[in-house]
Design a protein around this ligand. Structure first.
Ligand SMILES: [Mg+2]
Length: 386
């Protein structure tokens, strides 16, 4: 199956006038599918060296509210005869939330019934899905038991990791050669050669993976690498170095500032630093993750598009006998949930121990439940094949 042209030529937006509304608008409300343009503008290549502006910018534009709500406090549960009893109001709301987003474990029979005679494709986020959320993002290691569960899943189903981290970093953390990897929120995809279109497109590069196997690299935001790598990342490091606990990461096609370890009284300063840099780059935008501010290119590309791209690359698109399953925990995963919900193509599964609105169909409480679900998938498949 050949790729559609829309996948091979994602659209870069025209320069946008710099204003507070662009910077302050909530990411879910951002519309970034716009008409074409190129990255050649020299205006974007200047390196701003400015002192942080007034904190009023981030107070008035909603960044701080989004930062505070990006990762609600964890709650405690009481276990009693294997039934989780509501310990407080939050637990009561979680139980009622699960009516709308039932447990994928408890609904496994229904899921497997629908998967009968279909080819399942598995898409997994990394942080908070396969690994626990930890204070130091460099130490978000995946337990060996989880690695083994993912390896088993990949034996039976095409499996891809789609992460906000750089592709190299997420491969280093997962360490499984059996999978496909998409880094930088899907902006850096290493996929199979078969079924993919021409290798002469500017966003395609023929490459080899760690085993020397031929693969296709698809990087719809490759023109942004110099801007992110040589300017924005360096400026973020420079401007946040005085903020205790702030961690800046370079994901090649995007950059992020973690504020999990920053005292809350200093969050406005973190936000202002990012704001001051972002306002000089109209081709970049802000999104909020779990205790992290992320700066990304303004292109019509996200994890949902990455799922569609990988399905096409695998020859699994536009088929009634394919059931994609996507498991993720963060706002950026909602784009993938939405793609699967549209036309009831597959199942989005939200990993969350707190009630939150989602386009997912099902829920899992935490990575340990993700592992149980993956193992259940393998058990079911073995039983089907027996
Ligand atoms: Mg995540």
């Amino acid at each position: 199956m050949e790729l559609k042209s829309s996948h091979s030529s994602p659209v870069l937006t025209d320069p946008i006038s710099i204003n507070k509304s662009r910077l302050g608008i909530h990411p879910n409300l951002l519309s970034y599918a716009q008409s074409g343009g190129s990255l050649s503008s020299g205006k974007c290549m200047t390196i701003p060296r400015k002192k942080p502006g007034k904190l009023d910018d981030v107070r008035s534009n909603g960044w701080l509210d989004a930062m505070k709500s990006s990762s609600p406090p964890r709650k405690k549960l009481i276990k009693d005869f294997n039934i989780e009893v509501a310990a407080d109001d939050i637990d009561i709301s979680y139980c009622s939330w699960m009516i709308k987003y039932p447990s994928a474990l408890k609904s496994f029979e229904k899921i497997s019934k629908n998967a009968k005679n279909k080819k399942i494709a598995v898409f997994l986020d990394y942080d908070g899905t396969l690994s626990p959320i930890v204070d130091d993002p460099d130490r978000a290691f995946m337990p060996d038991t989880m690695r083994s569960a993912v390896r088993d899943v990949a034996k039976y189903f095409p499996t891809a990791i789609i992460s906000g981290r750089s592709r190299d970093k997420v491969y280093e953390l997962v360490g499984l050669t059996e999978l496909y990897y998409a880094g930088s929120h899907g902006m850096d995809i290493m996929g199979p050669v078969s079924h993919t279109e021409s290798d002469d497109h500017t966003n395609f590069t023929r490459s080899t993976d760690q085993q020397g196997k031929e693969v296709n690299l698809f990087q719809p935001a490759r023109e942004f690498i110099p801007m992110i790598d040589e300017q924005v990342f360096k400026n973020l490091v420079e401007n946040t170095k005085g903020i205790k606990g702030a961690i800046v990461e370079n994901h090649k096609f995007c950059a992020s500032v973690h504020y999990r370890n920053v005292e809350e009284k200093n969050w406005p300063t973190v936000a202002q630093c990012v704001h001051d840099i972002l306002k000089d780059y109209p081709r970049l935008r802000l999104t909020h993750g779990r205790k992290v501010l992320e700066i990304r290119p303004v292109i019509d590309w996200n994890k949902g598009k990455a799922v569609e791209f990988l399905l096409e690359s695998l020859g699994l698109s536009d088929r009634d006998d394919v059931l994609p399953i996507y498991i993720g925990d963060d706002k950026s995963d909602e784009d993938a949930f939405r793609v699967l919900r549209e036309g009831s193509r597959g199942y989005g599964i939200l990993v969350s121990s707190m009630p939150k609105e989602s386009k997912a169909f099902y829920s899992l409480r935490d990575p340990s439940e993700v592992k149980k679900f993956l193992k259940a998938l393998v058990r079911w498949k073995k039983f089907e094949e027996a």
